[in-house]
Design a protein around this ligand. Sequence first.
Ligand SMILES: [Zn+2]
Length: 168
Amino acid sequence: MREGGCLCRAVRYRVAGEPTASGIFHCTTCRKAASAPMLPFVTFAVDQFEITAGASVEFRSSPPVIRSFCGRCGSPLSYRHADEPHCIDIMTCSLDDPEGVPATFHIWVSQKLSWIRISDDLPAFQTTRAEPKGERGMLHPPPPGRMSPRVANPSNSQLAGASDLSQL
Ligand SMILES: [Zn+2]
């Protein structure tokens, strides 16, 4: 059983079971939600998650996505996507012991801030972990001709990012 909550402790939660994923979001939407350059998350089965004190506030950041946070201190707490109704992503650093769930990958590196240097050896995905195999684990865009249309060149990455953001 793991416990966590927001900065002011108005909202507390617990979650059972083991996480199915632990990663770091680099997308612009998560940056805004966290007001930070990246947002680490841990995925659990949603039926293992329980609010034990207070109540979080929910915000729909795009049609399929609901984010929760503390309405008093603003700490981001969770992320749920309609495509994965059985899962909940808990913001890793809202856990009392984030050391216990180290991140094992980066996603949405295509939208990463240029001044953030990923210096670990973890797999870094341009978008989600479901992206084509050929793009796996690449920190930098592949050479021309091997790129996916979504990140075909830097000049249209803003545009591609904007359309991707409708799902984040
Ligand atoms: Zn709070």
